[in-house]
Design a protein around this ligand. Sequence first.
Ligand SMILES: [Fe+2]
Length: 434
Amino acid sequence: MACCHHYQFEAGYEDAFRVDGQSLVFGPGCLTEAGAHASSLNLSRVALYTDKGISTSDHVDKVRASLVQAGIDVVIYDDVSIEPTDESFKAAATFAQEGNFDGFISVGGGSVIDTCKATNLYATYPAEFLTYVNAPVGNGQPVPGPLKPHIACPTTAGTGSEATGIAVFDLLSMKAKTGIASLHMKPTLGLVDPLVTHTLPKNIIAATAFDVLSHALESLTARPFSQFAKPDTAKGRPYAQGGNPFSDMIAKEALDIVGKYIVPAVTDADNYEAREKLMWASSLAGIAFGQAGCHLPHGMSYAVSGLVKDFRPEGYPQDTPIVPHGMSVILNAPSVFRLTGPHAPERHLTAYKCLGGTHEAGPSEAGDAIAEQLIGMMKSTGIPNGLEGVGYNASDLDKLTDGAFPQKRLMNLAPCPIERSDLHQLFEGAMSYW
Ligand SMILES: [Fe+2]
């Protein structure tokens, strides 16, 4: 195939990939455009989803005022959980079903945007909760069709959720992190206003920026689409289809930006340019992993955050222990890329260069080169020293492995086969880095 000279094709394997359209508005102050965009979508009564931490913030005020000015009836729902669960998704959906809304607005981080996506789904196509949840945890039924308009307004530079059709949550009965993924769940429009980054504490900037970095790095190193079996029909093509020429292009650009700006954005609170660049990289990385998918650092992160002991990082609410998502991802990453490097050395070397790596590393050193580059960035931005830095030790290795191994969807996107023993070894390698 002419566009895919880095990909190899074999009979019976996928030879086509999807490029999804993306609607984003990016620029300082664009939250005040919410009303105009909602009007263009013919909305007259909307539910605005947010969480209690920011429901009285300027960001929510700006969006609400803009909608009201456009003559739109706005009802606020601020009961979104920071770590959403099936129960919090259901409560949010019930609110929507009873409210007779013709569209949805989300203002917040990934939890808020994901909750709004799930709400839109269950309010539009009511069903037993597990119907659309990813198999094997849920039934994995496809979303039946288009949802109502959803305008997503991210307030952190991290999840890229405004650019994906994925909603992640904890299924309480199984104590498992899982999700729902469909092109129909992708927000109609993302309003990405980089001004929201100006007031974020540096620890939050660091954790969210490493989430961005890992989305891009995992997309670029994901198992290629051409190594998956060709589906019988186009409908069988999975949402996360593996690395492909389009996701490669976007991921490289995102990595390039994060590589340049992550350290100044964290260490210099007045460096608004660096923070704003990360906001752009966040959306780009969202587009990339929305096309390709993430793999091991994310799959492992759910166990790291789910089994948290007593870690309470500065800049986050101190009432409950938490390993913030981006931190729980990046703590695994150096260990992962040391293992995966030899399986896709060219891609790892490309990523290393995008991240600003300057050593002349050969193919056999690709994984180690990325690991060292990441460790340097972690040290410079105050990220804890591996899993021990957030309270784990060798006695937790089995629990961490058991917690991550069921994330088959993510494990399958790794560039090499992953057995339980590999995961155990990866967690062991992530305990301490310096
Ligand atoms: Fe993430």
